[in-house]
Design a protein around this ligand. Sequence first.
Ligand SMILES: Nc1ncnc2c1ncn2[C@@H]1O[C@H](COP(=O)(O)OP(=O)(O)O)[C@@H](O)[C@H]1O
Ligand SMILES: [Mg+2]
Length: 212
Amino acid sequence: MNLPPEQSSAGPARLIVLDGVDGCGKSTQALRLVAHLSGLGRQVEHVREPGGTTEGELLRDLLLDRDSDLSPGVEALLFCAARRQLLEKRIGPCLEAGTSVVCERFHPSTFAYQAFAWGLPEEQVLELLHGWAGSPEPDLTLILDLPVQLAAERRGVSTDRIEDRGVDFQDQVALGMKRYAEVCFKTSVVIDADGDEDQVAARVAEVVRGVL
Ligand SMILES: Nc1ncnc2c1ncn2[C@@H]1O[C@H](COP(=O)(O)OP(=O)(O)O)[C@@H](O)[C@H]1O
Ligand SMILES: [Mg+2]
């Protein structure tokens, strides 16, 4: 029997976000989660932000280029624009076709970097993100929580203008991520990212199980 994608026996397509400071293990755990979901018989796409579309990759280059001189407000707008493009051109069509999406970085990053760490008003940034890049909404947002010093050791040297901002800034970003999880508590979960890859992957899989 051929069921429509959204009724496939593996369950409905889901949008799952992994966020957290540089080096906390997002890319590692995204690959693990994709493998896990594939093993459960699901079609899965993996995207990372900003980017994932031709236009989004151009915005990524602009945002990360050490020669770019962008205020926090312009950064927030460009991240939001790249996200909307990703939602319209890639994530939305995937979900409609029954394919789940694992996305590295999303609203928590913009909230943590541009609002919490740079000081833009939280409400304004949330209104921007939820108003202009609010659909489709993630079914689950996982914040990988790791002490910033440990994340910096895992990550090594910085490679772009946002990573360049140093440990104090990253401390604020880490607090901002947790603040996002408090504000958007219905679909956000903070996960302890300290431990080996298998341990963290098991914690992620356990929480993801609740939305499958
Ligand atoms: N649980 C873990 N324990 C130790 N090292 C890890 C763990 N998870 C990832 N790493 C390593 O830490 C570095 C940063 O991980 P990565 O997944 O690239 O983080 P992010 O995408 O959040 O920046 C990589 O070299 C990766 O292999
Ligand atoms: Mg990464």
